[in-house]
Design a protein around this ligand. Structure first.
Ligand code: BGC
Length: 749
């Protein structure tokens, strides 16, 4: 609370003073603090008129890449480095991380988000926030909530049922909020089930604060607030950007006429005041640009996913890694090798301190000759009439490839940006044709993709022996790609999202992005791999997948249930000749579960470094909370008792062994009522007992149809869906309203 503030000061404090500052309240000793984007670098605007150009800062790999490391410790180091840059630039709050699930591969902001899986997103983001805040710089966990598309993002209602909302779309937020306590949470633009997130009392107060115990500041996404009074009442503390004198006045008036509780405004302003005070604990810092560039390179190298590395014809050897000392001629093809795509568009765009391109780095690394051909024009679709240029560029590249020992083709998507979803997951035609033409003349072709969201590889990947998913890798991506190509880094990235064979296969396909202001989350719980697995569909590359230059074998896993969850242990051996990292994954299922579930769900993982020949006994922990489902009848989380199968492996579709643990369930009895069906009564031991006794007593007297119920299985099935209360209406029913009321009381006693 900040009682010394006047109502007018409180109102002013709950809106910004400009795009990137809170409002100073001198009387209360509260200076204005700076908040800025985020998430993969510090975008401190250099000139107020130029939204997109920032002061130079390290452009770390965007979340699409950093998530592919599956390494929370690395994300923590990235958070720490970002914190140091914020301290150097006097930034109090960095607007990130973005942890919305990648519901569809078309999502325009997928490059800014971590995964299609809430555990992976939550674990990684927790450490990112912990790292950042260890420097006394605040995070802003965004976008709360259910902001999974750009189409109509300022208005659309994400219509999602409660289990899906809790288990999929809120789960990662819960994890980060309860474990890392981000200083701020940013509410999203969209509506959630019909109500703007910025005005959503259930979301911002009941769930976030009352259930999860959040004490920090809820800040609006920029321009997300349509009604200041409703937003403050719902629990929104800080409206950005500012100033908003009209909204401030509305708050003052609402307090004056009693339509807004004065205590609410004082409380929200108090939270902003506390944030400003917390920010004052930050000391000025400095950072070394070269060190941070090196960290960006390390993360980028760890993020690259080796999708394919087939043995070459007539040899046991794969094409990669390339021998840097070999006197071979290398054709580097594709404009992206020279002009890297390293981040997406929109508010997260960083002005890098420097920028590595792959062409320069490959040239520096290789002893042999390196020649370059542009392959396709750099910018989007060619102008009309430019097809001839395109053909000429391709012909030149094909000629170079035909006269080189190895061809490295750089291809990918032309752009991904905040504000617009993609309309396809296909490679641009010019890129696909180039790959096919080069592969046709050079059997030693490697494709390196640059893209912020999944691209279909179907049709063309069969023609190339080696394929590298290079995502958007930040400012050091060029050197990281060279590190992987020449084996200085042994790839260990894993897919944090499924690559489908085609868009139409994707669980979200029929319902994305909705229309006329609504998007139905029709696939429900079956987001990403959960949906592919439930329908046993083939995919191009599964969730969790990624190759290495070495090989790993798994021993028999063992699982032990404890009060806190399930401990899973498995020996993993590096069976190859180089050191590498295996990402060990645990997928859990409960055969015979009483509720709908995906066939398997990621519940634990570990990134394990292993020297050649080394074996590690890897211990992973599945937390009991992560086994829970949201019971809509009870309105709470429930751990179902039973034998949980913990499948351990190298991807969601490469499971090497399963261990079973018996977990004791929560007490989750749903009280019986007149609305409970006969089937529900009979499935409940106490219900079946009291009902059985009651009917046994009456059946002989009445001889009505109920008498037969317990002895006739077909009859039972026929009647089982009828609520007990309705049975009183059937002629001859021994179940009178009075008797039913007695049964309800007895069953729940
Ligand atoms: C984006 C946020 C961002 C904010 C400030 C909004 O358009 O959705 O992610 O932090 O702008 O730039």
């Amino acid at each position: 609370m900040t009682p010394e503030l006047t109502v007018a000061e409180q109102a002013a404090l709950t809106s910004g003073s400009d795009a990137w500052h809170t409002t100073q309240v001198e009387a209360a000793g509260l200076p204005a603090i700076t908040v800025t984007d985020g998430p993969h670098g510090v975008r401190l605007q250099a000139d107020p008129r130029d939204m997109l150009r920032g002061q130079p800062a390290t452009c770390f790999p965007p979340a699409v890449a950093s998530a592919s490391t599956w390494d929370p410790a690395l994300l923590r180091r990235m958070g720490e480095a970002l914190g140091d840059e914020c301290r150097a630039m006097d930034v109090a709050v960095l607007l990130g991380p973005g942890i919305n699930l990648k519901r569809s591969p078309l999502g325009g902001r997928n490059f800014e988000y971590f995964s299609e899986d809430p555990l992976l997103a939550g674990v990684l983001a927790t450490e990112w926030v912990n790292g950042l805040q260890s420097r006394n710089v605040g995070a802003s966990l965004k976008h709360f909530a259910v902001n999974n598309q750009e189409t109509d993002r300022l208005r659309v209602s994400a219509d999602v049922e409660m289990r899906t909302l809790r288990e999929m779309y809120l789960r990662a937020f819960h994890r980060v909020i309860t474990r890392a306590r981000p200083w701020t949470v940013m509410c999203s633009y969209n509506k959630v089930n019909g109500v703007y997130a910025s005005q959503h009392h259930w979301l911002l107060t009941q769930v976030l604060r009352d259930e999860w115990g959040y004490e920090g500041v809820v800040v609006s996404d920029w321009g997300a607030v349509a009604d200041r009074v409703a937003a403050v009442a719902a629990g929104l503390d800080l409206t950005m950007p500012g100033p908003d004198p009209v909204g401030d006045q509305e708050l003052i008036d609402a307090v004056a006429d009693g339509s807004l509780d004065a205590g609410l405004l004082a409380r929200n302003a108090g939270r902003v005041g506390a944030l400003v005070r917390a920010a004052q604990s930050r000391t000025h810092g400095d950072y070394d640009q070269a060190d941070h560039h090196a960290l960006a390179r390390e993360i980028a190298g760890r993020a690259i996913v080796l999708l394919k590395n087939d043995a070459l014809q007539g040899s046991e050897q794969s094409l990669l890694p390339l021998d840097p000392d070999a006197a071979q001629s290398i054709a580097v093809i594709g404009e992206f090798a020279r002009t890297p795509r390293y981040q997406g568009g929109g508010s997260s765009q960083i002005t890098p301190t420097r920028l590595d391109d792959a062409l320069t780095q490959i040239t520096a690394a290789a002893r042999g000759t390196v020649r370059f051909a542009v392959g396709y024009p750099a910018a989007g679709t060619p102008e009309p009439g430019a097809a001839a240029d395109m053909d000429a560029a391709r012909a030149e590249a094909v000629d170079l490839a035909a006269h080189s020992d190895v061809a490295l083709v750089f291809a990918g998507s032309m752009h991904e940006t905040e504000g617009a979803d993609r309309d396809s997951i296909d490679l641009p035609e010019a890129h696909r044709k180039l790959i096919e033409a080069v592969a046709a003349v050079n059997p030693r072709t490697v494709v390196i993709l640059s893209n912020g969201a999944v691209l279909s590889t179907s049709g063309w990947d069969a023609a190339v022996p080696a394929l590298i998913e290079g995502w958007l890798l930040g400012q050091a991506g060029g050197s990281a790609i060279a590190d992987v190509l020449f084996g200085r880094v042994n790839p260990s990235g894993r897919l944090a999202e499924t690559i489908p064979l085609k868009l139409q296969d994707h669980p979200s396909y029929l319902d994305f992005p909705g229309e006329h202001g609504h998007v139905a989350y029709g696939e429900g719980l079956y987001v990403g791999y959960r949906g592919f697995d439930a329908r046993e569909q083939a995919v191009a590359y599964p969730f969790g997948f990624g190759l290495s230059y070495t090989t790993f074998s798994y021993g028999q896993p063992a699982a032990t249930a404890t009060d806190a969850g399930i401990e899973v242990r498995v020996p993993v051996t590096n069976t190859g000749r180089r050191g590498g990292r295996e990402v060990v994954q645990v997928y859990v299922s409960l055969p015979g579960s009483a509720v709908r579930r995906a066939p398997r769900e990621l519940k634990a993982f570990a990134s394990v470094p292993l020297a050649a020949g080394e074996t590690a006994d890897v211990t992973l922990f599945v937390e009991r909370d992560d086994l829970a489902y949201w019971d809509t009848r009870l309105g709470r989380w429930v751990v179902e008792g039973g034998e949980y199968h913990c499948a351990v492996g190298a991807s969601s579709r490469d499971l090497r062994g399963t261990a079973v643990a018996e977990v004791k369930g929560d007490d989750a009895r749903v009280p019986l009522s007149t609305g409970s069906t006969l089937g529900e009564w009979l499935a409940d031991p106490r219900g079946a007992q009291v009902l059985g006794q009651a009917l046994a007593g009456t059946a002989a007297d009445t001889g009505g149809p109920m008498a037969a119920v317990f002895n006739d299985p077909t009859m039972l099935l026929f009647l089982s869906a009828i609520p007990l209360g309705r049975m009183a209406a059937f002629p001859g029913s021994p179940l009178t309203p009075e008797l039913i009321a007695e049964l309800v009381a007895a069953a729940n006693a």
